[in-house]
Ligand binder design. Structure first.
Ligand code: ADP
Ligand code: ASP
Ligand code: MG
Length: 407
């Protein structure tokens, strides 16, 4: 008998038919004699719709109340899924995050899991119940509901698999696995059989939505092997695990992140400590700075440009406007119509010419690069948002050719 953690994303439980499809997957695994914990997300676009509803009432609503609202979607899907399983005739119980023992740090909206008290889940499994858990949510030290950041149900599932030492952690979604690029944007994208934790972490941090990046971090830390697979068919998905040096490929995938803004602070007095003062203020408010460029600007002045998540632009501008208050000629310029396109691969460091191949693909499409950043396992460029699909396809063709695959 094995313990299996399954996770079903929003599109897998989007309507009654899909809920019964998922109930079937769970029941078949249960009939195999295994203990089953199924983590669910909110149905379809529920979470996005909640954000829109909140915006209509109060765009500056507190993060605490946002978490109360956003966590409600998972409560609906878990109960409906449990009722579908009841109808199929199997014993089942659904648990909210706090009932399942998820304790998090105090941060609303992007909480980290600190502990999972598994007593209740274990009791339910001992009673031979299928356990449905609401993903994406926990309880903080104030007894308040917190959420784990967008896409956080993946993390709920991986964290449960880690603490319960599950035999399998299966993340069911609406594509067949992890592809070399988003298969909805790149028609020649290929499904990967295996990908390393490091590569998956980089891809998901750089915009590949298929797995939440915090979930990959948790999986790597606790060595939880994940399978990402489709809930719509019965074919093997992609395994995410530790990969040996010999299995490493130069490029495993391409990702795009459209939640990017580019900010330039110009005419900063060129003195030691200028960059420190600027970035320490942003860091203190949790602004996530990525690519940074500094250039001289004539006499004893410099310009610093950097990228941040678009959703943190307002907070950043507030901080920067305070920073430049006493600097006579310093100005702030920002651009929201930009995106980050990145190639990722742990084998990249041993190969020359990878970055230039990417730049060549962009040049052939006449796409202008506004910024570049590299590390041992990635090359990222900032380009105009309207050119992302063209860039993804051109870079993909350059590295992976044009062999067609189906979704
Ligand atoms: P779920 O609701 O199951 O959590 P998500 O929408 O969060 O699903 O993630 C699945 C989506 O991720 C896919 O529909 C696909 O468009 C997108 N995606 C982005 N990059 C990739 C990739 N490299 N491989 C597979 N899917 C990707
Ligand atoms: N429902 C949440 C979201 O849309 C969590 C998840 O889907 O994993 O972000
Ligand atoms: Mg998701």
């Amino acid at each position: 008998m094995s313990l299996i953690v399954q996770k079903f994303g929003g599109s897998s439980v989007a309507n009654s038919e899909r809920i019964f499809n998922v109930a079937g997957i769970i029941s078949r695994a249960y009939l195999n004699g295994d203990d089953i914990i199924a983590v669910v997300s909110a149905q379809g676009d529920t979470t996005d719709n909640f954000i829109r509803m909140a915006d209509e009432i109060n765009p500056h609503g507190s993060k605490r109340e946002m978490d109360v609202l956003l966590s409600a979607g998972e409560q609906v899907s878990m109960s409906l899924l449990a009722m579908a399983i009841e109808k199929l005739g199997y014993p089942v119980v659904s648990l909210l995050g706090w009932q399942a023992g998820f304790l998090t740090c105090a941060t609303y909206g992007n909480a980290k899991i600190e502990k999972i008290n598994t007593d209740r889940i274990k009791k339910e499994l001992d009673k031979k119940n299928i356990v449905i858990v609401a993903g994406f949510q926990g309880l903080n030290t104030y007894g308040d509901i917190t959420t784990l950041g967008r896409g956080g149900s993946d993390t709920s599932a991986v964290a449960l698999a880690a603490v319960l030492n599950a035999d399998k952690c299966k993340i069911y979604t609406d594509v067949d696995g992890v592809f070399t690029a988003d298969p909805r944007r790149v028609k020649n994208a290929k499904k990967l059989d295996v990908i390393s934790y490091d590569e998956m972490l980089e891809l998901s941090t750089l915009g590949a939505q298929v797995l939440n990046n915090y979930s990959v971090e948790v999986a790597k830390k606790h060595n939880v092997e994940i399978e990402v697979l489709s809930s719509m068919n019965d074919i093997p998905g992609t395994i995410i695990k530790e990969v040996t040096q010999s299995e490493k490929v130069p490029i495993c995938g391409i990702a795009a992140d459209e939640n990017v803004a580019m900010v330039s602070v110009t005419n900063i007095p060129d003195k030691p400590g200028a960059a420190f003062k600027l970035f320490s203020k942003l860091a203190a408010k949790g602004i996530n700075v990525d690519i940074i460029l500094q250039s001289e600007n004539g006499k004893n002045l410099k310009d610093i440009s950097f990228t941040i998540p678009k959703c943190q632009l307002d907070d950043s501008l507030e901080i920067l406007n305070k920073y430049i208050e006493n600097l006579e000629n310093t100005k702030i310029i920002y651009e929201e119509n930009v995106s980050k396109v990145s190639i990722v691969g742990t084998g990249m460091e041993n190969q020359v010419g990878i970055a230039s191949k990417m730049f060549e693909a962009l040049y052939e499409e006449k796409i202008n690069i506004q910024m570049i950043a590299t590390s041992e396992i990635r090359v990222s460029v900032i380009i105009c948002s309207g050119e992302v699909d063209q860039a993804l396809n051109a870079i993909h063709n350059k590295f992976f050719g044009t062999v067609n695959t189906t979704l």
